[in-house]
Design a protein around this ligand. Structure first.
Ligand SMILES: [Zn+2]
Length: 445
């Protein structure tokens, strides 16, 4: 490791080959070697001995609504990237909606990039949006470096981001398949939603009944059919219905190019525990029953679900009314995602290696970030340092999110992030942040 500037040493380094004691050599922001624990440190290199704290690759969260510019009272690049860094995330990919403008043209992408440039504490990439009327904008967005395109199959919640009907979905997907792009989809069928009972009000059971599993199952089935027909790449966002799992598993076995994600809230919270009126738990599709959750965990274990992302989608507290029908739908979880998932994973007998695979390696692979997602030579020196056995109780006041409304308030979680590193620089340790050092990422770079 003669050219190393920095050596991080831990008795527990999570590498693609497993967890082991190792010394990780870093030069110019890149991992140059993963060496034996007691390898000699070259003169001039700085040694950081992490003891028994776990060194893991920084998480890559490919589903975050930063809402900047335009709805920065909901979140923003400054606050979102600080919260992410505090939670061990070193790369996020921003969703194309809830900001104004939405990321639906190359010009809008430029606006977003300008706004993010000096606020990003971690690396930031962008998704584009596929709307009913912007097929002509998809290729220019692709060439400008978005990681893929998001579409809704049912109303999105904001007027400026309308959903695609089946014909428009087919047209957009054909265009995207033409350059082998990726379409990521909010899969709930609007007809099933419209025919479900829409009671409104504070009862969580009524809200759950208004977003039934078959709305997801039908939309997923339709999406798979389109992907099969066009040999296109599609990704199912925030899967909640376990009834859709056999469809996804069968499609994968058939060679359909489909992947799927789920979220910390579906894996760690249950419908049974949501108090009536507690709309900080509202998201679409909804948090479902404990039995449904068990099957999501099984699907992660067997690979039917590929990855876990936050779908961090905050709003101001006043929009989280006590009525589930009118409250803003979105769960704020960026800073807590690693601890929340790890807490439940360990209870269910999974290792930290599994969590790293779901929240870093596979998400990096989903968007083609081959310098992220693993601790091995040639990748960016992005790390989280975690004390996995330490616990903390979630205090909303300690969150870096702009709005400190959280469904996790008062929960005791395992896993304290001691520090987070971006390209070999410690960007946060013990709540102290450096100036922003994040870069704006484009596809293939
Ligand atoms: Zn989302």
């Amino acid at each position: 490791m003669s050219d190393a500037e920095l050596v991080l040493r831990s008795t527990r380094v999570i590498t693609p080959e497993g967890t082991r004691a190792a010394s990780v050599a870093v030069s110019a922001g890149t991992i140059t070697a993963v060496l034996p624990y007691d390898a000699a440190v070259p003169s001039g290199a700085r040694l950081v001995d992490l003891g028994d704290d776990v060194l893991l690759p920084g998480l890559v969260d490919t589903h975050v609504h930063v809402n900047d510019p335009g709805r920065t009272e909901w979140e923003g690049f400054w606050t979102a990237t600080r919260a992410a860094a505090a939670g061990g995330i070193t790369t996020l990919v921003d969703m194309p909606l809830n900001s104004l403008p939405p990321t639906t043209t190359a010009d809008h992408l430029s606006v977003k990039r300008r706004v993010a440039a000096d606020k990003a504490h971690i690396d930031v990439g962008f998704w584009g949006g596929a709307l009913p009327d912007n097929v002509k904008d998809l290729r220019p967005l692709h060439e400008a470096g978005v990681f893929g395109f998001k579409a809704f199959l049912s109303p999105s919640g904001v007027d400026e981001f309308p959903h695609l009907d089946q014909d428009r979905l087919a047209r957009s997907l054909a265009e995207i398949a033409g350059f082998d792009g990726l379409l990521i989809v909010h899969a709930e069928d609007p007809h099933h939603l419209a025919s479900a009972p829409q009671q409104g009000g504070p009862r969580y059971a009524d809200f759950l009944a208004s977003r039934p599993r078959d709305a997801e199952d039908t939309a997923v089935a339709g999406l798979i059919a389109q992907a099969r027909r066009l040999h296109a790449r599609v990704h199912v966002l925030h899967l909640s219905s376990s009834d859709a799992l056999p469809l996804i598993a069968a499609a994968k076995a058939d060679g359909v190019r489909v992947t799927a994600e789920t979220c910390p809230h579906y894996l760690t919270l249950t419908a049974e525990e949501v108090p009536d009126g507690a709309s900080e738990f509202k998201c679409c599709p909804p948090i479902r029953e404990a039995a449904n959750q068990d099957l999501l965990w099984q699907a992660l274990a067997d690979g039917t679900i590929d990855c876990v992302v936050t779908d961090h989608s905050p709003s101001t507290a006043d929009l989280k009314t006590g009525d589930f029908a009118t409250a803003w739908g979105g769960i704020s979880g960026l800073q807590l995602s690693l601890a929340a998932v790890w807490t439940e994973a360990r209870r269910r007998g999974h290792g930290l290696e599994d969590v790293v695979r779901w929240m870093s390696t596979r998400t990096a692979a989903l968007v083609g970030l081959d310098r992220k997602g693993a601790i091995e030579a040639g990748r960016d020196a992005d790390f989280a340092v975690l004390a996995p056995d330490e616990t903390f109780t979630v205090d909303p006041a300690a969150l870096q999110h702009r709005n400190r409304v959280t469904a996790y308030a008062g929960k005791t979680l395992h896993g304290v992030v001691k520090s987070t590193w971006l390209r070999g620089e410690r960007i946060v340790a013990d709540g102290e942040f450096t100036a922003p050092k994040g870069r704006l990422l484009t596809r293939d770079h």
